[in-house]
Structures are given as C-alpha cells and as structure tokens.
Write a protein that binds this ligand. Structure first.
Ligand code: NAD
Length: 498
C-alpha cells in the first residue's frame, strides 16, 4: 500500500514512530494509503532542519526569494492538473473544485512574489536635528503552520508562501486525512530552487501539534481548523511565548431581501451551500429570508435547484459535488439532519442514506434543505460542514441582520439586495469579519486579508494580504544620528538626562 512520508531537509523521511493514519478514497470508502504520524523526535528533526536553513534564507535578499516564488508559481501552474487529481482522490471534492483550491494557492504565491515591495520599511529623514528614524520588518525565525483537510493546497499556501517570502523557514503539519498535496507543494518549492530545509512537512495528529506548540525554537504558529481546537492552539501556543493566529469554524448566513434578483440569488446560494459538499469555511449554510413572500419563493426555487444537483464521484465532470471526507464526517452530518428534524425544523429535502450505484460504500450525502429553522435550535447554532441548507424566516432586515451578528461564529456573511443603501448599512454594522454584497462566498483576493471574527478566529492578525506580512515579521525601529564633533548643543528630540 502507498505510504506518505514526512518531507524534511528536501528529502522524503519515513516515520520511525510506528504510528500510522489511514488515508481513504472517499468515493469508495476504501483505505488507499497510509501516512506516518510523527512523535516529538520527528517534529524536532523538522524544526532542526528549518533552523539550519534559517541564516542562509534570511540573508537571501528579497528579490532572490521572490524569484524562487515566481518559479514555484510557474511549477504549480504546470502541475495544476496532477495536483487537482491527487487532491480529489484523498479529499473527495470534484476535480474542478480541486483546481480552484490549487488556483487560490497560486494566487497567494503570486501575492508573495511582491515581497521586495511588501516588506519595505519606512523612513523619516530629520526626525530631529541630524536624526533619522527608520523601521524594518524582519523575519521571526522558524515558523509553523497546521492546516485542515478541506483546502489542502490553498491553506498551506496562505501560510508558508507568505512566511518564507518574509525570510522565515517553515514546518508545515497538514491534515492527516489528505496529506499528499502538501508534500507535492514542498517538492515543487524545492524544484523551484528553494534551499533544503526552508519548507519541511511533518505529518501527524494532536501529538505533533502539541510538539510544535511547545517547541522552544518555533516562533510563530498559524492554525486553521475547527474552533475548539483553534482555541486550544491559540491558548497553548501563546502560553509558550509564540505568536499565534488560529482560524476556526463558521456558520455563514445569506440574507435574502425582497428586492433581490431571486433567480441570481438562488443560483449563487445553491453553489455556496452545496458546492464541495458544504465542506468550506466560507460555505453559505444558512439563508435568512425577509418577509413571507420572499421566504416562500426562495424555498420553492431552492428546493427545485437542490433536487437537480448531481452528486457523483470526484472524477465525474458532470457532478456538482462529491463525497464528504470520511465515514465519521458523513455520520456527523446525518446526525445533524436527524437533530434538525427532532428540533422541529421542516425538512423539505433529505440527503441521508444517499448511495451511488457502484460506489455503495462511498461517503456520499445528498443535498438537504430545512425550512423554518429557529435560532434556538442546536442544529442552527453549531457548524454542520455538510451539504445542508437551513432557511430561517425573518420579518425585517433588522431581525435578519441580528442573526449573523449574534451567532457564535463570524467568518462570512452575504446580503442579496438591489438596495445600495441597505447593503452599505448592513456591511458597516454586521458583527462578522467578511461580507459579500450580492456575492455568496466573499473570500477576499490574496492581496486583501482573510479572517473572521468571534469564534471563527483567535488572535488579531489575519491570513495573507498586508496582515499576513505583518504576522510573519517583527518590526524594528532604528533612530540614528551621525554627529560631527561636540554634540553638546545638538538638542535631542526625546528627554535625556540633560
Ligand atoms: P480539525 O480541527 O479537525 O483539524 C485541523 C488540524 O488540527 C489538523 O491538522 C489536525 O491534525 C489537527 N488536530 C486535530 N485534532 C487535534 C487536537 N485534538 N489537538 C490539536 N490538533 C488537532 O479541522 P478539520 O476537520 O480538518 O477542518 C474543518 C474545520 O476547519 C471546520 O471547522 C472549518 O470551518 C474549519 N476551517 C476554517 C477556516 C477559516 O479560515 N476560518 C478555513 C478552512 C477550514
């Protein structure tokens, strides 16, 4: 059986831990490969490798680092088909979605290619008599990233592309569910000319995450995953003196106003709710309709659209979405559907027990649609992360807007309307980190920053864009003067003993 190994100092390294995780083919339910799970010694080995590469990489000027990133971007583009197929085979999302995953990663690499400009400092000439002040952004040292299963190309790139561009070296601990693409990214980065040890990949579970969080030589940790673990990572990492950003779960709402273009809204939301089997942190699993007529029309149209979705294996070019990632995740999604029914929501479309001929053991869940979901239901309050759309009915925009604002998660939100003033007011007031106006999945482009609020993100600096550069660097400010002769009469601008 195929095995997936660590990638340390530019080489494939087999685990000596004797611990392995199964990698499934979600289309068939079969185990297709195994991944070695690190113990502390292998995390140490990866950190040591990054530490050894650090002085040389920090001393590499930003333009040279950028040239390697440009080459890396080219290689990603040349290999996008192979990467997308590999990604789909372990994740289960359809190949077109996997290409989107890789493309979003490429976008961040492209952003990071601008590092000579992005990392430039600031300079004030003549801050006092003969005095200049300048600041520079220096790398932090050895940094680490811990990533979830749902975007195994894009999310590693969010982290390491910006971190290494800034002159840091990196240890990536990807999800053990679909670890092959992150290893390919590291191999391609090496092929692009990156020195050995600048980017290392170590596989593992909680044991290796804890080893990273407590490692004295790791200066910063970026995490993306579910909220309880994000909170744990933030608390543990910061308690060990590290800079930490930890992105968590989500439950994004779409507000459907009576004046929206209903046809477009339904088309957008069917993709945002069910695409990638709902396994996106920026999916849109809650629709809040304003007014009875809007609600009735939306639900009927959505029902028809959802019924017409084709669930298929990840290589089926006609399928709208594929299986979910694991049997456990399928069971969890189906449990939430059962819970919604027990709580009294109106299940208009039931995706439980969905099977595909010839793939009876695949992890498929059909599209589900709930109407009349209430904010006090547990199935509304928690993240389902599956192909389930919940419709909540509201009477006014104020009532509708209060729902995402008061929800425990605050990743993304969208409003569908033709009223510019209402949309502007909504965007300004809503207590959520990323807002779409007639845009169902408002993932910011790579040169802006990505990050939610409340339990969707712990820490105060977001991913990529200018905030990414700030997260992966520390600022140093220098005040200099070069006095000639006796300096006694040259007043200094800040208080001195004189
Ligand atoms: P997860 O929290 O199970 O795993 C994330 C990472 O944490 C993995 O690398 C995993 O190995 C590690 N891990 C698992 N259990 C751990 C433990 N007990 N202690 C320490 N580390 C542990 O998340 P997942 O199921 O892989 O991904 C889905 C989740 O990620 C969803 O909640 C989704 O909303 C969230 N997500 C959030 C964003 C965002 O930007 N806010 C983006 C993508 C995904």
């Amino acid at each position: 059986m195929r095995s997936v190994h660590h990638f340390i100092s530019g080489k494939s390294v087999e685990t000596a831990s004797g611990r392995f995780g199964d990698i499934y083919n979600p289309n068939t339910g079969e185990v297709q490969a195994q991944v070695g799970l690190a113990l502390d010694a292998e995390v140490d080995m990866a950190v040591e490798s990054a530490k050894a590469a650090l002085p040389g990489w920090m001393a590499t000027n930003p333009q040279r680092r950028a040239r390697i990133l440009f080459k890396f971007k080219d290689l990603l583009e040349q290999n996008i088909d192979e990467l997308a197929e590999l990604l789909s085979s372990e994740h289960g999302k359809v190949v077109a979605d996997s290409k989107g995953d890789v493309q979003r990663g490429i976008d961040v690499v492209e952003f990071a290619c601008g590092i000579p400009h992005l990392q430039k400092g600031e300079y004030t000439e003549g801050a006092g008599p003969g005095i200049d002040v300048y600041s520079m952004r220096q790398p932090l040292g050895v940094c680490a990233g811990i990533t979830p299963f749902n975007f195994p190309a894009m999310i590693p790139c969010w982290m390491f592309a910006v971190a290494v561009a800034c002159g840091n070296t990196f240890v990536l601990k990807p999800s053990e569910k679909d670890p092959s693409v992150p290893v390919r990214l590291a191999e391609l980065f090496l092929e692009a000319g990156a020195p050995e040890g600048v980017l290392n990949v170590v596989h593992g579970d909680k044991t290796s995450v804890d080893a990273i969080l407590k490692h004295p030589d790791v200066k910063a940790v970026s995490f993306v995953g579910s909220s309880d673990i994000a909170q744990y990572v933030y608390a543990t990492g910061t308690a060990h003196g590290k800079r930490v950003q930890a992105m968590g779960g989500a439950k994004n709402h779409g507000i459907i106003m009576p004046d929206c273009n209903m046809e477009q809204a339904v088309k957008d939301i069917v993709g945002a709710a069910y695409g990638s089997a709902g396994e996106r942190c920026m999916a849109l699993p809650v629709a809040v309709t304003v007014g009875k007529k809007t609600g009735d029309e939306f639900v009927e149209r959505m029902l028809e659209a959802a019924q017409n979705l084709k669930v298929g294996i990840s290589t089926d070019a006609d399928a709208h979405y594929g299986p979910v990632v694991s049997a456990a995740h399928k069971a969890k999604v189906e449990d939430y559907i059962r819970m919604g029914v027990e709580e009294g929501a109106d299940l208009r479309l039931d995706g439980r027990g969905h099977t595909l001929q010839g793939h009876e053991n695949g992890f498929f869940v059909g599209p589900s649609l709930f109407d009349h979901v209430k904010p006090n239901m547990r199935s509304y309050k928690e993240e389902i992360f599956g192909p389930v759309l919940q419709v909540v009915r509201a009477e006014t925009l104020e009532e509708a807007a209060a729902l995402p604002s008061n929800h425990q998660y605050g990743n993304g939100v969208a409003i569908f309307t033709s009223d510019g003033r209402a949309a502007r007011e909504f965007a300004s007031q809503v207590n959520v980190g990323m807002v779409g106006i007639n845009v169902p999945i408002p993932v910011p482009v790579s040169y802006h920053t990505f990050g939610g609020w409340k339990r969707s993100a712990f820490g105060d600096t977001n991913q990529h864009g200018p905030e990414g550069v700030r997260f992966w660097t520390k600022i140093k400010t220098v005040t200099q003067r070069w006095p000639e002769g006796d300096v006694g009469d040259q007043a200094f601008i800040i208080p001195t003993m004189q």
